[in-house]
Design a binder for this molecule. Structure first.
Ligand code: SF4
Length: 477
């Protein structure tokens, strides 16, 4: 019997080297025992068998087998090394074995690989960093319990996303430390080694509550995507039972709201302008902008919207924010940034120390562009022509408010503010001169933060977004 001792539970290189030698030597699977022994207690069970010269020592292994093996090694099954070697052994007489997906061994190992990939995906989605108190420079830590040993294979994702952040990820199997230059892996940790709570927790809770749409609630699908096993590490999970319990009442309220008429402000402003004359006259004040937007026909977007949504805020604000267009809730309320993205925007402003009431907030396009889908109205991005048509109103707001700094939130706003397409990721975080000594800036639209598919990217984008708002406020000050 040949005993193979591997250096760690995920020692793919060790398994591969041993498996290659065993197969070249003609050692059958039933004559091999696979064990994991850490380096420090490595015992000598005798050398691996010599490779007989008669075998020629060469055989080809399909790439898809190697990829499968590298993934399966992270599975918690104690049988994984033996099962992989059994498959490798059979390939000598069945060269197309990997293509026979109904073969029980191939199917079983494929299922194991899928389970590992799923665990890695969940790790990307559900790791939550917490700030370590009193650490300089700033350092973050996260505790996570993956169902399989996926820390090492998932580490590049976190390192790439948080390249400039010092962090550690603690799991029961291993620990990853990233100091912004090099990654180190250490032994497993306990949940008590991770920090308990921090200010980011409140962000996740508010964020989750604001994005929770009761009309779209499907409990089975939600728990499939966010399995209960992960809830104990998710700050927002404490809200889920209450949100589910109140979903039907909130849905009824949303349906009722959908029948809302244009706001009293919009009706009054439109009536006043109808009496006073044409909105083609350049607006003399912001009231005329409010009124003009209600009866504007410069493009077709007015047709399906409840009302026009002009900007609002301080009349002489030094800082102006420009979003894309009103969303579903803004269209009903007649006010900009009051829906889920608005909630997040307000929270980011607060975190950045920017008083919203001292800024002016508007959109590139003043009517809600959407398409109906059942009871829902699905947002559609305005075309360049619609942005150009509505720029007449944005220019009027700029002329009347006279801000020192204008921040474009997202690509559509950037097109409206700068008059040309601007890549958001590459342009954000810097002052970009506009005519008349106005400073422009580009940053994410808050709804981007709502849409980012993985939590790690979301946390990074949130940090950048808050930093951009703070920078804009300083520039305007
Ligand atoms: Fe006028 Fe702008 Fe509305 Fe088009 S979107 S109708 S340009 S206010």
């Amino acid at each position: 019997m040949q005993v193979i001792r591997l250096a760690s539970e995920t020692d793919f290189a060790g398994w591969r080297a041993a498996a290659r030698r065993l197969r070249r030597a003609g050692t059958p699977p039933e004559a091999v025992v696979w064990m994991v022994t850490p380096d420090e207690v490595l015992m000598d069970d005798g050398p691996l068998p010599a490779v007989p010269t008669s075998t020629g020592g060469h055989f080809a292994v399909p790439r898809d087998f190697l990829e499968l093996a590298e993934t399966v090694v992270c599975h918690r099954s104690p049988e994984r090394f033996a099962r992989l070697y059994r498959l490798l052994w059979r390939m000598a007489s069945e060269p197309n074995l990997m293509k026979i997906v109904t073969d029980p061994e191939v199917a079983g190992l494929t299922d194991m690989a899928k389970a590992v990939s799923r665990a890695s995906h969940k790790m990307k989605a559900f790791v939550r960093f917490r700030k370590l108190e009193g650490e300089t420079p700033e350092t973050y830590a996260a505790w996570f319990e993956p169902p399989h040993r996926v820390l090492e294979r998932t580490a590049p994702f976190f390192i790439e996303r948080f390249a400039n952040m010092r962090f550690s990820i603690l799991t029961p199997d291993a620990t990853l430390l990233w100091d912004t230059r090099a990654a180190r892996f250490g032994p497993g940790a306990r949940a008590s080694d991770a920090p308990a709570d921090d200010v980011l927790e409140d962000f996740w809770r508010t964020y989750y509550a604001s994005t929770f749409n009761p009309a779209r609630l499907k409990v089975a699908a939600m728990t499939r995507e966010m399995p209960r096993a992960y809830w104990r590490n998710l700050p927002e999970a404490s809200l889920i039972p209450d949100l589910i319990a109140s979903a039907s009442a909130r849905t009824a309220q949303m349906v009722e709201q959908a029948a809302t008429q244009p706001s009293a402000r919009a009706r009054k402003a439109a009536a006043k302008l109808s009496r006073d004359g044409s909105f083609d006259d350049v607006p003399r004040d912001l009231e005329e902008v409010v009124a003009g937007v209600q009866i504007c026909r410069r493009c077709d977007l007015w047709r399906d919207a409840t009302q026009g949504v002009p900007g609002e805020g301080a009349v002489r604000a030094a800082l102006m924010f420009v979003g894309e267009q009103p969303g579903d809730q803004e269209d009903l309320a007649g006010k900009p940034f009051v829906g889920p993205a608005g909630v997040l925007f307000n929270q980011a402003l607060e975190k950045a120390g920017v008083p919203r009431e001292r800024t002016y907030v508007t959109n590139a396009v003043k009517h809600f562009k959407h398409e109906p889908r059942g009871k829902r109205r699905i947002h559609q991005t305005p075309t360049a022509g619609e942005v150009r048509a509505c720029r007449w109103w944005l220019d009027a707001e700029r002329r009347l408010v006279r801000p020192r700094v204008i921040v474009a939130l997202g690509a559509t706003a950037a097109l409206a503010v700068f008059g040309k397409p601007m890549p958001v990721a590459a342009s954000r975080g810097q002052a970009l001169p506009l005519p008349d000594q106005v400073q422009g800036m580009v940053t994410y639209h808050p709804s981007y933060l709502l849409r980012v598919p993985d939590e790690a990217t979301k946390a990074q984008a949130w940090k950048a977004f808050v930093a951009d708002l703070g920078m804009a406020w300083k520039l305007a000050g």
